[in-house]
Design a protein around this ligand. Structure first.
Ligand code: PHB
Length: 376
């Protein structure tokens, strides 16, 4: 949607194929912490007005550990950079509005999408909708169809290396219409497991706890969630927590995945089609946006007759930033979670890692640099 909107601003036509219905897409609860580069991209795409009004600018984040809440002054450590809390679902909403206003073509409920001839000069996509098969002839195909989409599967195995990593735990997330316990996002490390305090706005909280990967939402009543969540926060914070009924509750597995490379012929992968990061560090959406930064620039260059060099470099450029961001997401995950199979020695090293980061300006600055987002 973002790519389509940016291309439109440069008079390049596109068609968006979406497997789900619009109401499904707009009902999903997704991530919420935007890097400065993401915010800038959304402004450049002409969809930044509501984000400016409603987005919550955060200058720091909290790290809770050993019953103490520490603050990382992200703004001070990065020469004034910040992150903005604004739900991904709201961005999608704003993008639909912009594409609708411009007469953009978004085909929803597109089933059986298949890509053909992606290594030729005349690639095309087919799909079925309401029982009818359709064909779209394309110049390029942007595979922005997520981890389970067809795009990556259309690239032959011999030109694609897939790197996978999975964790023995996931995050149980709860959305509740309660005031956030803090006006900053707080990452909490506790011997019983990780917990995260986040928000969407002043009366909508988003909280998570680490759970075993085979756990089920049905095992968690609201009462059980709040009790466990409180347990993992410093007492001073837990005492302030306002609880209420959950309006959404789901478990997301934690894993990492990178496809190398992101290009085959006239097909370019972007976002979750090409990579997944664990959510610690809040990088998934931001990484999709930086892919679109590189891909849109290369396509605009191509249509401006500057040739295909930019497109040929897309994969390497995007992957350089992807791997650095995967590194950061894995670092945060390792730093803050309970690893059931870690030895006592490894657990002490993890505590030392946290103690080191919270007393070293250099370590905190390194963390803050990645948290606000590496430069494009
Ligand atoms: C969220 O608000 O959903 C959120 C915040 C920070 C993260 C992940 C998710 O690292």
């Amino acid at each position: 949607m973002l790519l389509s909107q940016i291309l439109h601003l440069h008079d390049i036509d596109s068609i968006v194929l979406e497997r789900k219905s619009r109401s499904y897409v707009l009902g999903r609860i997704r991530a919420g912490v935007l890097e400065q580069g993401t915010v800038d991209m959304l402004h450049r795409a002409g969809v930044g007005d509501r984000l400016s009004r409603e987005g919550m600018v955060h200058q720091g984040i909290g790290i809770a550990f050993d019953n103490v809440l520490h603050n990382i002054d992200v703004h001070g450590l990065t020469n004034g950079k910040v992150v903005t809390v604004y739900g991904q679902t709201e961005i999608t909403h704003d993008l639909y509005a912009a594409r609708d206003a411009a007469g953009g073509v978004i085909i929803d409920s597109a089933d059986d999408v298949a890509l053909h001839g992606v290594d030729s000069d005349a690639p095309y996509a087919t799909y079925t909708r309401e029982g009818k098969t359709h064909r779209i002839d394309c110049t390029f195909i942007a595979g922005c169809d997520g981890f389970h989409g067809v795009s990556r599967k259309s690239i032959p195995q011999r030109v694609l290396t897939e790197y996978h990593l999975s964790y023995p735990f996931g995050w149980l997330g709860v959305l509740s219409e309660t005031p956030p316990v803090s006006d900053e996002v707080i990452y909490a490390s506790h011997p019983r497991g990780f917990a995260l305090c986040s928000m969407r706005h002043s009366m909508l909280s988003r909280y998570y706890i680490q759970v075993p990967s085979d756990d089920l939402v049905d095992n968690w009543s609201d009462e059980a969630f709040w009790a466990e969540f409180k347990h993992r926060l410093p007492q001073s914070l837990a005492a302030k927590l306002v609880t209420g009924p959950s309006i959404e509750k789901s478990i997301a597995p934690l894993r990492a995945f990178v496809a190398d490379n992101l290009n085959y012929g006239r097909l370019f992968l972007a976002g979750d089609a090409g990579h997944i990061v664990p959510p610690t560090g809040a990088k998934g959406l931001n990484l999709a946006v930086s892919d679109i930064h590189y891909l849109s620039a290369a396509l605009i260059e191509y249509y401006g007759s500057a040739g295909e060099d930019g497109l040929k470099q897309y994969s390497a450029k995007a992957l350089d930033r992807i791997w650095k961001t995967v590194r950061f997401s894995l670092f945060c995950t390792r730093l803050l979670h309970d690893f059931p199979d870690h030895s006592a020695f490894e657990k002490r090293i993890q505590q030392a890692d946290l103690n080191y980061m919270l007393c070293s300006q250099a370590a905190m600055a390194s963390f803050a640099e990645s948290y606000v987002g590496l430069p494009y």
